[in-house]
Each structure stands twice: as C-alpha cells, then as structure tokens.
Ligand binder design. Structure first.
Ligand code: F6P
Length: 335
C-alpha cells in the first residue's frame, strides 16, 4: 500500500470530494496530535501512576482517574487556540467549554470522551479517545448547550484512537472509514486500512453478561439463541468477547465483524453509554463501514438529544445481526 499519512489523506479528500476544508483538516490533525500525547502518557503505565484516582467523580458519577483529567486537559489545550472551534464538550466537563476570548472562534463543535474504558487502566488493557465533530448552528459567538443538541446524523467527522499494543486511529469524514497506525519513530499516523468494512454476518457477540438478569426479553432471546449454538435456531456456534473498553470492542468489530451491545435494562434504564460522545461517533463510523447502530428500536443517528450527557442503549455492528436484535425489540420480543 502507498504510505499515506493522515494529513495527506485529509488533503486528498478535499481535493477529490471537497469535504474536508482546511479548518476541518486542522481540527482533525490537532485532535490526532493530542491522541499521540495521550498515547504517550498511557504507555508509561504505573510509572506515571496512570491508574490512580483523583478522588473526585465526573459528571457521570464515575471515579475520575488521574489520566482522565490529564487526557481532558491535553485535548482542551490542543484545541482551544487554533480558531476552528466555537466550543467543546467532554465526558469530564459538566458544561460546554467556551473558547477563551483571547482566541478566535470557528465554525465547529468538538465533543469527546478523552479516555474511554479508563477503568481498564490499572490492568494494562486498551483504552482510547472518542471524538465527534458537529457544525455550530447559527451564531457561534457563544455556543451554549443548545448548539450541541443535534442528532448524530449531522456529524461532519468522527473518530477514535485505541491505545493498545499499537496506537490506532480510526476516522470517518463521511466517505467510508479509514484506519491509521501511529508510527512512533516518525511521530505520524500512517494509513494501514484504506477502507474498513464490517462483514454483514457474524458469529461473535459482545455484551456484559453480568447484567443478564436485568435484560429485557428481546436481548435475552438474542443472546440465548447465540448461546444455543449449532443445535439452536441460529444453527451455528457463536463466540463471545467483552473487553469493557468500547474502543477496543468496536475496533474488533470493524476488523472482523461482530455485534456490540450495551442495551437499556432494568438497572440501566436509560442505557449506560453516552449518546453525544460515545454512541453517536461510534454509530457514524459503524454505518460508514456498512454496519448498523440502533438503541434497540431506533437508529442512533436519528435520536434528537435533549441533554449533553444523555445516556442511550447501544446495539451496533454487523448489519444483519443488529437488524435481528432490533426486530426482536420492535416485534415486542415475542418468540
Ligand atoms: O464508558 C464506558 C465504558 O468503559 C465502555 O468503554 C465500555 O464498553 C463499558 O463502559 C464497560 O462497561 P462495564 O463496566 O459494565 O463492563
């Protein structure tokens, strides 16, 4: 494969399709640069005390790790001065972060989860950064909460980095999905997957089975049928994986297919994952890779958000499987 860097890819997208303006390119490049810094911090492991808790909870009521806070600051500091953004929203900030008056404001809004899966930090399992880019509607001088409350279908770009054995950046600017790997010697993201496509069928599912007693009938039915294997109604054996790091689970699905579910259930009545900076960017990427993403009954990208930090049920991955689970919900889960 031709050695294409992230910058080259973005310039070529603009040249051929006119979809990545210089401002959007700069924004994505700055986010990618921040991801390199976060990757470097994560790779220090216990030497940097990365799994340590700061003794505070974030807006979701989850214990903030030292690195959650560091990753959030890295993204804020990298993105606030360049002039591409009107405001930012992050899992670690209760209110939108306004671009300080000393810097110019731009037309975009950035939403991100700085360190997804951070409960895995202490055990050296992959974590990552998820981001979503929206256009700021109307007058962006003061982009308040309402400016962010747009359905995911309005995203102009979305991506995520996985800090695993290799640091991988997955990106979509609305023209398919590409994967880049961080070349640590050169310090640049180099394209390693030109067109990521999720196979429509799968034999692998990902769900936190410890919630089984709380699942609704449609989810229970789907999982029971998978577990029944060759002898069951699906007529084939299924494998199960659960990394408990959405970035790693979704990257696996992009690589070899599968279905990922964090559905609403009796305990997580509104769902567990966040719509604006987890479910929306992942749904955008999964759809761009030929897969599907619903909240069980509705396409995630069509959901009109009412709150910045709103949660949502998530079913995403291989199209035929997501459609099956969704059908089980819309048919009332009846056998
Ligand atoms: O933010 C959420 C997250 O860490 C995801 O990355 C992951 O999929 C999920 O929570 C794991 O949830 P649980 O702790 O229930 O396994």
């Amino acid at each position: 494969m031709r050695r294409v860097t992230l910058t080259q890819y973005l310039i070529e997208q603009q040249r051929h399709f006119g979809t990545v303006s210089p401002e959007l390119r700069l924004l994505i490049e700055v986010v990618a640069r921040a991801c390199k810094a976060i990757s470097h911090a994560v790779s220090k492991g216990p030497l940097a005390g990365i799994g340590d808790s700061v003794g505070l909870d974030n807006v979701q009521g989850e214990a903030q790790k030292k690195l959650d806070v560091i990753a959030n600051s890295v993204l804020v500091e990298a993105n606030e001065w360049g002039g591409q953004l009107a405001a930012m929203v992050s899992e670690e900030m209760a209110e939108p972060y306004q671009i300080p008056n000393r810097y110019p404001k731009g037309e975009f809004l950035l939403l991100y989860d700085p360190l997804d899966g951070s409960s895995n930090l202490d055990v050296n399992i992959s974590v990552g950064t998820i981001f979503s880019v929206l256009r700021c509607p109307g007058n962006c001088a003061e982009a308040d909460t309402s400016a962010f409350l747009q359905p995911g279908s309005k995203q102009v770009a979305a991506g995520f980095a996985v800090y695993g054995a290799a640091t991988i950046l997955v990106l979509s600017v609305g023209n398919g999905v590409v994967g880049f790997t961080l070349d640590r010697e050169l310090g640049s993201f180099v394209m390693t997957e030109e067109r990521i496509e999720i196979p429509p069928e799968t034999q692998e599912f990902a769900i936190n089975a410890s919630n089984a007693r709380n699942w609704g009938a449609p989810v229970k039915r789907y999982i029971d049928e998978c577990l029944a294997g060759k002898e069951g109604p699906r007529g084939k054996d299924f494998n199960m994986r659960w990394v408990a790091s959405m970035v790693a689970d979704v990257y696996r699905i992009l690589s070899r297919g599968g279905i990922f579910m964090y559905p609403t259930d009796a305990k997580h009545k509104e769902g567990r994952l966040r719509l604006m900076y987890e479910a929306n960017p992942m749904a955008f990427i999964v759809e761009q890779a030929g897969g599907a993403a619903t909240d069980g009954s509705q396409r995630i990208l069509d959901i009109q958000p009412s709150k910045l930090h709103q949660r949502v049920g998530v079913v995403l991955g291989s199209r035929n499987e997501v459609e099956r689970v969704t059908r089980y919900h819309t048919d009332g889960g009846a056998r």
